[in-house]
Design a protein around this ligand. Structure first.
Ligand SMILES: *Cc1c(COP(=O)(O)O)cnc(C)c1O
Length: 370
């Protein structure tokens, strides 16, 4: 309950965060400022100098993200740019990093292609195995819970405590939940990373990401990485994400309520072989509800008989975008085996959108019957 109350206050503050700084005649919505250079005579210092180091439109966005995370936040041009910054800020040659074997595959590919050749030892564990694994000797423990696409969980508080005891830092990819549904920094994570391309942007029209943390020195390294590597968010994308965040709490509320109802009906459906949704009482991830997850989220994993049945379902349902990615206003779904994920051929990741739930369910039910 406390989390819900705090979330309600966060959602309201986020909508009004500009107010205190406004002078009469200032725009209520933030302006998009595309300038690359800022007036800086002689030895003068200003709030802004050159746009790779800072931009006023980012400042508006980071104010919102910092309110959401209760932490200093650095915005990036994609989720992977944010993840790269966190990894490079935390790791050096000779270090050992433990990554999820069943999480977002690009994170593993990045580590194996670019960190390993620089002398970082890259190891993987399944998400559920982080709960009992020996973490000693690691410099960085990186988790993603619930994992994309399998929706397995691990206990963030327990992993963080054991990682700390072993002298490791902890980074949590919170993309599948967002700060409204899960708060890794409150549970002991050093950094949280997220793809704001998903639910925070929410309209399938922008790439963005962020890193947040409460250790000022570590966040300063992340900020330095952005300035030195040049992985910077364009002001238009920053503005779009600022706009998307204003409705995030509202959209999530509809999406997660609908996902719970749809998961329950899918579970009872004779054409569906298996359903993974943390909000279902019998789901292996249900144990994370209440403690670290506010609800079951908006992603459902469902397994149909085979690839053909799954593809026919996807093309028959008029209210499912057949696309990758998730977290948008519109529901979307895809067969994950097409990307080589270690899932059954008939496994579909369904991202529930904001369509009125009975209209959406009627269409899903009809497409399953077809
Ligand atoms: C999409 C995603 C990312 C990467 O985000 P991009 O904006 O596509 O770079 C990282 N982690 C998870 C869990 C994701 O789903």
């Amino acid at each position: 309950m406390g989390q819900n109350d705090d979330n309600a206050i966060r959602a309201a503050r986020l909508l009004h965060h500009r107010k205190a700084g406004l002078a009469p005649g200032d725009p209520v919505a933030p302006p998009i400022i595309p300038a690359t250079s800022f007036h800086l005579p002689s030895n003068g210092t200003g709030a802004f100098s050159y746009a790779r180091a800072g931009n006023p439109t980012w400042t508006e966005l980071e104010a919102q993200l910092s309110l959401l995370e209760d932490a200093e936040t650095v915005a990036f041009p994609s989720g992977m740019a944010a993840i790269s910054a966190a990894l490079f800020a935390c790791l050096k040659a000779g270090d050992r990093v433990i990554l999820p074997a069943d999480g977002y595959y690009v994170t593993r590919a990045l580590a194996e292609s670019f960190l390993q050749p620089l002398g970082v030892k890259v190891e993987t564990l399944s998400t559920a195995a982080f709960d009992t694994a020996d973490l000693s000797g690691a410099a960085l423990v990186y988790i993603e819970t619930p994992s994309n696409p399998g929706l397995d969980v691990c206990d963030i508080r327990s992993v963080a405590a054991r990682a700390k005891a072993a002298g490791a830092r902890v980074v949590v990819d919170n993309t599948t939940m967002t700060p409204f549904l899960q708060r890794p920094l409150d549970l002991g994570a050093d950094l949280v990373v997220a793809a704001d391309t998903k639910a925070p942007g929410g309209h399938s029209d922008l790439l963005a990401g962020h890193v947040a943390g409460r250790d000022a020195d570590l966040v300063a390294r992340v900020r330095d990485w952005r300035r030195l590597s040049g992985a910077v968010l364009g002001p238009f994308e920053a503005w779009l994400l600022h706009r998307g965040l204003e409705t995030l709490e509202l959209r999530l509320s509809r999406m997660c309520d609908s996902a719970q109802r749809i998961a329950e009906r899918l579970q009872a459906h004779p054409r569906v072989q298996k359903v993974r949704y943390p909000g279902l009482a019998g789901d292996p991830s249900h144990r994370a509800l209440g403690g670290q997850m506010a609800n079951g989220g908006f992603l459902i994993g469902l397994t149909l008989a085979d690839a053909g049945v799954a593809e026919r379902f996807l093309s028959a349902c008029p209210y499912l975008a057949q696309s990758t990615s998730f977290g948008a206003t519109h529901s979307s779904a895809e067969r994950r085996a097409r990307w080589g994920d270690a899932v059954p051929e008939g496994f579909i990741r369904l991202s529930v959108g904001i369509e009125p739930v009975e209209v959406l369910w009627t269409a899903i039910d009809a497409a399953l019957a077809g």
